[in-house]
Design a protein around this ligand. Structure first.
Ligand code: NDP
Ligand code: OXD
Length: 310
């Protein structure tokens, strides 16, 4: 069994080679920099592979995403046909995402940006508090992350609404779906959290029209992908006052350019795509399990549907 590791923009591929060798000594690991005979390569472990490269391997049996998202794979319009693609699904990854979402929902709900600004000016002034039961958090995307965040936000007493592609019935959550469900979902949302996968249908979804459909004074948390957001539309909505603030973890270009207005915008909180980082040990475990499954002809864990793109 020969596995090729193609990783760019994150940890070193050499580190992954060492780890994978420890977990599966029977597997031969090649690095993208020196793939050797292309016919040998049966599996590819990838993060942001260059479009066009994967189809060069004629005997590829599966492609494993090193993250939860697979947009970095499906952006390649020339993938080898019929080769299954899997992604990472992990309780620990989900818990970290929920921590980030809850942290920022509470920060907005309890007006921390306002109190931080007051502290800088040595201003001692309290403001009225809204109860969680009077605040609706709307989750765009009710998959693994969306459902976990929704359950935890419910425990804190927030009103929680969710929007997904297909209909859902989740206890205590106001579920909306499809194009016709988007407007009523937005109209009731005070804090909007984007947890959608990036697909042709969700690219650019966070635009002027969507932001204008939120109630005056709503806030945005984008922890999915930067390409969901039309940056200029958000800046206009913040400057015009319709949107009160935004927390952005993901960006149209990463790393975010030093001169991008988001860095210094007083109503924007920037974090460097760290909302939830995959634990490499778990990824290796899932990859090894999937290698064994594939060799045994058993169904793969967390296989995605290329037609849906997630
Ligand atoms: P899932 O695939 O489990 O869930 C996706 C959700 O989005 C589903 O509810 C799905 O609907 C919904 N959806 C997809 N397309 C549409 C559409 N066109 N209209 C309406 N709803 C749609 O994904 P996860 O929750 O595991 O992950 C979400 C994303 O988070 C990842 O794709 C990745 O981009 C991002 N991410 C960000 C990280 C960070 O650190 N910032 C870390 C890891 C991931 P349905 O349920 O009907 O299928
Ligand atoms: C992922 C990510 O998709 O880190 O796993 O964004």
């Amino acid at each position: 069994m020969t596995v090729l590791i193609f990783r760019s923009g994150r940890d070193s591929t050499e580190w992954w080679r060492t780890q994978l060798r420890e977990e599966a000594p029977d597997v031969e690991v090649r690095l993208w920099e020196e793939p050797g005979r292309i016919e040998d390569i049966e599996y590819a472990l990838v993060w942001n592979p260059e479009p066009g490269v994967l189809k060069r391997f004629p005997n590829l049996k599966a492609i494993f995403s090193l993250g939860a998202g697979v947009d970095h794979i499906f952006v390649d319009r020339d993938l080898p046909p019929g080769v299954p693609v899997t992604r990472v699904v992990d309780d620990n990854l989900t818990a970290r995402m929920t921590e980030f979402v809850v942290l920022h929902v509470l920060r907005i709900h309890r007006q921390l940006p306002l109190y931080e600004a007051q502290q800088r000016e040595a201003v001692w002034r309290g403001h009225p508090q809204t109860a969680t039961a009077e605040r609706t958090v709307g989750l765009l995307g009710m998959g693994v992350f969306g459902q976990d965040a929704a359950a935890k936000l419910r425990l804190l007493g927030f009103v929680v609404a969710g929007w997904s592609r297909t209909a859902k019935d989740l206890p205590g959550i106001a579920c909306h779906h499809g194009a016709e469900g988007l407007s009523p979902f937005l109209a009731r949302t005070n804090i909007l959290v984007c947890l959608l996968p990036l697909t042709p249908l969700t690219e650019g979804i966070l635009d002027a029209g969507l932001l204008a459909s939120l109630p005056e004074g709503a806030s945005l948390i984008n922890v999915a992908r930067g390409q969901h957001l039309v940056d200029a539309d958000l800046i206009a909505a913040l400057d015009g006052g319709h949107i009160a603030g935004a927390v952005l973890d993901v960006f149209n270009g990463e790393p975010l350019a030093a001169d991008h207005p988001f860095w210094r915008h007083p109503k924007v909180t920037v974090t460097p795509h760290i909302a939830s980082l995959s634990d490499p040990r778990t990824i290796i475990e899932q990859v090894v399990e999937n290698l064994r499954r594939c060799e045994a002809g058993r169904p793969l864990l967390h296989q995605v549907d290329p037609a849906r793109g997630y």
